[in-house]
Ligand binder design. Sequence first.
Ligand code: F6R
Length: 369
Amino acid sequence: EKGGFPSFMEKEIHDQPDAVAKTLLGRSDIDGKLTLDELRIDPELLKHVDKIIVLACGTSAYAGQVAKYAIERWCRIATEVELSHEFRYRDPIVDANTLIVSISQSGETMDTLMAVRYAKEQGAKTVSICNTNGSTIPRESDAVLYTHAGPEIAVASTKAFLAQITAAYLLGLYLAQLRGNKFQGEIKDILADLNKIPAKIQRILDNEDQIKELGVSMKDAKSVLFLGRHVGFPVAMEGALKLKELAYIHAEGFAAGELKHGPIALIEEGQPVFVVVPSPRGRDSLHAKVVSNIQEVRARGAKTIVIAEEGDEAVKAYAEHVFYIPETDTLLAPLLSTVPLQIFALALASAKGYDVDQPRNLAKSVTVE
Ligand code: F6R
């Protein structure tokens, strides 16, 4: 049942091309038109949504944070992402023009369920992005967009995360299509790029040995930091969470731009720092900014490990290790850049002899508040 892999987690990391492909399957036609019929919310209502609030916990909340960048860009709808357990207790502003998008792999997370119930009581429309057919959160929501990642057995979430990002992107594209805004013309291209993602994930998996070796070689690390910017920021936090959960070592993800506002004080000789570098082809000279962040930490003794796009030669000068991921649209890059971080955490924790499927103190579905 582990498909020949030593753990469910390793199998599930390798299931990811399929998880993304199945989540995309049958949800658009050849003309690049989204057909999310399952969304059963009156399209007129969706046209009038003026705010989206994504509710989730843990890894699922990081999927929401990634999706926020895409939804705001494509739909021009203000999008907040909030941890479910924080949302309920702050008297949030929610009304009939608010669309709540909950993200939950299990569909049973009590904090998220309670937050969805609360939002419904305030009159909001609720969409659930969920991986578990017939579970409680989708049953209680107005609509559901299932992620078709297949059952996720390992406690730490991997394939569900990529499937959640994929589903949230489909929802974003669908809203953009409905609202007929200026990104209309791009939808077809983005869908085409999304459809190329599974093969690109497969290429990363085919070259996983290099990152596995690094994970094994770092098994005595006491602390690992992760930096990212834009969509790379939630990826950095997800990389850190995987390492905390599986290897029980201190790990932290930061927004690269935040370094000089405090975290750079942590950097000392030999501190390992992963940096998720945006594509040099992207907008807003983000690439140059992140490269200068790499230089800043390196000048203070950090051991830098860089995830960059194939062909990005510029980063080599500043990195002890570079892992290349295939080219894609900037917004889609998390579907690729997360994968080496998952493999790293898996390899490091395995080298320490830990049970990667059942990390200590954790449960697969958190059905208590
Ligand atoms: C991390 C992890 C957790 C879950 C979180 C939410 O690897 O698995 O952080 O993402 O407990 O669970 P769901 O998505 O089932 O609501």
